[in-house]
Design a protein around this ligand. Structure first.
Ligand SMILES: [Zn+2]
Length: 311
């Protein structure tokens, strides 16, 4: 059976697999993302080589590579998470197959349209380590003038708020990304009292579970942990504000939340729908749903890239 090698490069893990044309994932592996641009590039190349090896009954015909940041079809131009600049697609693999490079979130958005919750006017919003968005307008993915469209994670939601890794302040991602939710809970910081992630506020001697993830915070909030509930509520508030702005500007029919944080399900969707509706006075809110593809959207998006270069 023909398949494509699909690799979805994230800040924490690199997901790799073999994907059939109909979107069936035939093989899946996950590896940790190393630190440093050169090591990430080498890890991707080794992963692609391993996945391209012949397996019984499976014949890879192309490679699809989805990476974050600013991406063109020929170059990974910039990604803050890895510190790379202008990496040509040829640096990522030396296997003898056609290779397609694309943006991780836009590719995941395409997978959502192809296999999941579609629509002509949709925001696909994966919330994982960070937050980005795939903007679908009148049935087409919108990249913007320079490929930067959809950076809703770095839209300001709090004037002069928390420092964000991107260099700005008060970004949505500084409150509502999985990374920020976990870090804020661990530091014991809520609200804007503590900036720069520098630790607990004065007088706050309590430090919480140092290994807590965003998923733990959601669980702890449901169990009645006050700090966890505050951090989670603040994340949902920030999301509602950003989505109200998006809704008023672009009038989506549907907002599809993906990524690891979407696995919170109703603990996210119920208060988010309520608060988004509460911020909109004169119009109905769009439908807000969780991605039906879950965390597979990125890998399937990379697979779509591969199939496009194969045909
Ligand atoms: Zn930012």
């Amino acid at each position: 059976m023909d398949c494509v090698v699909a690799v979805d490069v994230g800040g924490t893990t690199i997901k790799g697999g073999l994907v059939a044309r109909d979107g069936t994932i035939l093989h899946f592996e996950r590896r940790d993302t190393p630190r440093g641009a050169d090591r990430v590039i080498a890890a991707i190349s080794a992963f692609v080589a391993d996945l391209s090896r012949p397996r019984p009954g499976l014949r890879p015909v192309a490679v699809g590579l989805a990476v974050p940041g600013l991406v063109t079809p020929t170059h990974a131009v910039f990604a803050a998470a890895f510190g790379w600049r202008d990496v040509p697609v040829s640096s990522f693999t030396d296997v003898d197959l056609p290779v397609a490079l694309g943006h991780d979130v836009r590719s995941a958005g395409e997978a959502e349209l192809a296999y999941g919750a579609g629509g002509d006017d949709v925001l696909f919003l994966p919330i994982g380590t960070g937050i980005a968005g795939a903007v679908v307008l009148s049935g087409s993915l919108y990249g913007g003038a320079g490929g930067w469209a959809g950076q809703i994670g770095h839209t300001p939601v709090r004037p002069d708020g928390l420092a964000c890794g991107c260099g700005q302040r008060g970004c949505l991602a500084a409150y509502a990304s999985g990374g920020a939710i976990a870090a804020r809970y661990r530091s014991g910081a809520v609200g804007d009292a503590v900036r720069n992630g520098s630790g607990a506020a004065a007088g706050d001697a309590v430090r919480h579970d140092s290994g807590a993830t965003a998923r733990d915070v959601v669980r702890l909030a449901a169990e009645g942990d006050v700090r966890a509930a505050e951090v989670w509520s603040s994340a949902v508030d920030a999301l509602a504000l950003a989505l109200a702005t998006y809704t008023l500007l672009l009038d989506p029919a549907r907002i599809v939340i993906g990524g690891g944080v979407s696995l919170a399900g109703d603990a996210l969707l119920v208060p988010l729908r309520e608060r988004l509706a509460g911020r909109l006075a004169f119009r109905r809110p769009p439908e807000v749903v969780a991605s039906s593809l879950g965390v597979d959207a990125g890998l399937l998006g990379a697979g779509l890239l591969g199939w496009r270069s194969a045909s």
